[in-house]
Write a protein that binds this ligand. Structure first.
Ligand code: F6P
Length: 746
């Protein structure tokens, strides 16, 4: 098809070219004929004069003797020359008195004399064309007669025909060669142009063979214009999408059905959304404490499809079918959960080791040094491959939409890309991305980056993390980075790097089903044995050193030091879900936390009212939600956090538009929730002051701040997070389709 297009294109040049060459040939052939003739006649004239001068002497000797026999013999001998057809001698009275036997009867002395005046003389006789020349024979300066020479010119006809033939052949060859060159050049140009346009549509620059950017390509201005146009169209569409689309489960469903032709989505994460475990001989289902699960689960319920995750629950194997699948949510069956199994040793290396002792501290600047072991890396590679194989098994088309979640699967996009080259792979990195120097200490940095660049779209929470990632890639890999479109091109694979701030479900799932805030607060206070007017603060985290829980406790302590009137009147509830406790660092952290809680409570507990209530156990989302609704202040003091969804959950829980959020400046959420009291958690006084400010904030101010934050979480909910990634994926797919179409038709 591509060859046919360039052939058609070049025919537009070739046909006129061939016509022009034909006309040129028709004009040149008679010209060449005339020239050949002129040269031949001149040649004959010279020969004639030469023969005349050779015969002059014997003729002058024989003519006075009038010896006819001898003279005729002389003439006959002279005509032995192959071209000289005949010779004749005319006297002064124009009478042919001597002649060779072959002298044509049609030629007379008179016509020879008349015509001898002409420089060229050619006549046509029955035996063919002849050249006639008449040269004077003089004796002592007086002409005594004329020697008439008749040369055979039929060779001229043959030579002229040959010349014409060769000229025509020459022009045909010329036409063919020029046509071939034109077709070839047109084909190359067309191909180059199309490659350029295709590359541009894919978001690349124009790449020369061997991936050298063509800086001075003649296509550059055109491609530049097209790219600018596409970029501004994309920007306009994004802007229009942002301002016109109200994101809900329904919008997401419609997007999938209309724009992604009903594609079934495949989500991959380490943590599963529902964990089955055996408790007292009974199978129970739990929702894990995971921001990732909080965000992705509602998306999955809206879209349906398959979620592939590690089956880590003690009753997980008992609840799956023969294909390791179970429909969830329990009793609703909205999507498939496909469980992947791993041995203890595999989990130790891949999850605890490489992911959580290596990548987790590497990406979080929280003063815990990363640890990298080759054995952990090997398990990480092995488990990533196991998930990649599962993706292929679960895919029901050659180009599925796969959503890869988090740092457990940096290699997975590259592995899927190898197995399903046409897949749309959207990878979301839920944790921060460090600067190039920090990331550079990972011994397998190149492998991780290459794996991630198998993604079609790579998402981070903030533009800052995107920037760090682009700089890291720039530092450690040979790639081409287009900063304007935030696209990385590596070996023909394009990855768009964008920020997609994650969020939570809106409207909240419990909307309209919960008792009023006052009632919940009273219930909680009574459950905790606290007086009805006790002020409450809340913190909800996994038991993790990045969450700034120690710093938070220090701030509570400092506030009570600075505001002793609140001692016994304020309690801070910390829900800390057990997490990664197989790791020494986490166990040590938990021990420190308990020790700090003990010390503070010893100082500031009054009349059975603890200053800090540490609940180091798992809580289901609905329980957590009750605490959010009961507490006057929520503290999110992470030392480094991609987003932190606790902040958004607290805002969503407060349908009374009351409550204050104290929020670390080192969370992604601080980029969105400006009305929170933003703090540096390392600064004890600043954080304690914010806590105090929150507890004493007038209601109208609480309302104003909370209302504004709720609008933000409502508009920028998790459906928008997923929707924006899917819309970008749709655009990439459309561009790829267009590029393929152009490729097919050219
Ligand atoms: O913060 C990144 C993240 O993947 C969260 O989404 C999730 O809350 C947590 O880490 C995962 O914890 P776990 O190791 O228990 O799955």
């Amino acid at each position: 098809m591509r060859g046919f297009r360039s052939l058609k294109l070049s025919l537009r040049f070739v046909v006129p070219l061939v016509v022009a060459l034909g006309m040129l040939a028709m004009a040149i052939v008679p010209l060449v004929d005339r020239l050949t003739l002129r040269w031949s006649v001149r040649d004959m004239d010279i020969r004639s004069r030469l023969i005349t001068s050779t015969l002059q002497e014997p003729l002058l000797e024989l003519l006075p003797q009038e010896n006819r026999q001898k003279i005729n013999k002389l003439l006959l001998r002279a005509t032995q020359d192959e071209r000289l057809l005949a010779l004749g001698f005319c006297n002064q009275e124009q009478k042919l008195i001597y002649r060779s036997p072959s002298f044509p009867a049609d030629i007379s002395c008179r016509s020879a004399k008349d015509d001898s005046q002409k420089p060229l003389y050619l006549i046509s006789l029955p035996q063919g064309p002849v050249h006639l020349s008449a040269n004077a024979i003089e004796l002592n300066g007086t002409q005594i007669g004329t020697l008439v020479l008749v040369h055979d010119m039929s060779y001229m006809v043959r030579r002229s025909a040959d010349t014409r033939k060769y000229v025509i052949i020459l022009f045909i060859v010329l036409g063919v060669v020029v046509s071939l060159i034109t077709v070839f050049v047109a084909h190359l140009s067309w191909q180059g142009w199309m490659d350029g346009v295709r590359a541009m549509l894919r978001g690349e620059g124009i790449l020369k063979p061997f991936a050298q950017p063509v800086v001075e390509s003649e296509l550059q201005p055109l491609v530049g214009d097209l790219k600018a146009l596409l970029r501004s169209l994309d920007a306009e569409r994004r802007l229009a999408d942002d301002s016109t689309i109200t994101w809900s489960p329904d919008t997401l469903r419609k997007l999938l059905h209309k724009q992604l032709t009903g594609e079934k989505i495949i989500v991959v994460s380490n943590r599963e959304p529902y964990i089955h475990s055996k408790e007292d001989g009974e199978i129970k289902v739990h929702r894990p404490a995971s921001g990732l699960v909080t965000a992705v689960e509602p998306v999955m319920r809206a879209c349906s499809g398959t979620w592939i995750a590690h089956g880590s629950g003690s009753a997980d194997r008992e609840t799956v079918d023969a294909n390791d699948r179970v429909m969830v949510p329990p009793n609703k069956s909205e999507y498939n959960l496909r469980r992947i199994w791993m041995s203890e040793e595999e989990e130790k290396g891949y999850y605890y080791g490489f992911a959580n002792e290596g990548l987790w501290p590497l990406c979080h600047i929280a003063h815990v040094r990363p640890l990298f072991r080759t054995t952990d890396w090997e398990q990480y590679v092995k488990i990533n491959q196991r998930f990649a194989d599962a993706v292929v098994k679960e895919a029901d088309s050659y180009n599925p939409v796969v959503l890869v979640q988090d740092y457990h699967f940096a290699l997975l996009p590259g592995m899927i890309r190898k197995l399903l080259p046409k897949a749309t792979i959207i990878t979301f990195w839920h944790i921060p991305w460090p600067n190039p120097e920090s990331f550079g200490i990972c011994p397998w940095r190149e492998e991780l980056l290459k794996g991630m660049l198998g993604s079609t779209i790579l998402g981070f929470h903030t533009p800052y993390h995107c920037k760090n990632f682009l700089e890291t890639v720039d530092r450690y890999l040979e790639t081409r980075i287009e900063h304007e479109s935030s696209t990385i091109s590596r070996r023909g694979q394009l990855t768009m790097v964008e920020s997609y701030p994650i969020s939570i479900q809106w409207p909240p799932p419990w909307l309209g089903t919960l008792p009023p805030i006052e009632q919940t607060r009273n219930e909680i206070l009574s459950e905790l044995g606290l007086p009805a007017d006790q002020l409450l603060g809340i913190g909800v985290d996994r038991m993790d050193y990045t969450k700034g829980i120690l710093e938070r406790f220090n701030a509570v302590e400092r506030m009570l030091e600075l505001h002793p009137e609140l001692v016994g009147r304020f309690s801070f509830i910390q829900i800390a879900a057990p997490s990664r406790s197989a790791l020494e660092e986490y166990r040590a952290f938990e021990a420190r936390l308990h020790a700090l809680e003990k010390r503070i409570n010893e100082r500031f507990s009054r009349d059975g009212c603890k200053a800090i209530i540490l609940k180091a156990e798992h809580h289901e989302p609905d329980q957590v939600n009750r605490y959010y609704r009961a507490a006057q202040v929520c503290m999110v003091t992470s030392l480094h956090d991609g987003m932190n969804l606790v902040a958004k959950e607290y805002v969503a829980a407060r349908d009374d538009e009351r409550g204050v959020l104290v929020l670390s400046q080192f969370t992604g959420a601080a980029n969105e929730l400006y009305e929170a009291l933003i703090v540096n958690p390392y600064h004890v006084e600043q954080t304690s002051e914010a806590l105090y400010q929150g507890l004493t904030m007038p209601e109208y101010e609480q309302q104003e701040r909370m209302r504004s934050m709720r609008a933000q979480v409502r508009d920028f909910n998790v459906y928008r997070w997923a929707g924006r990634m899917l819309l970008d994926a749709v655009r990439v797919r459309q561009r790829e389709k267009l590029a393929t179409r152009i490729g097919r038709e050219s």
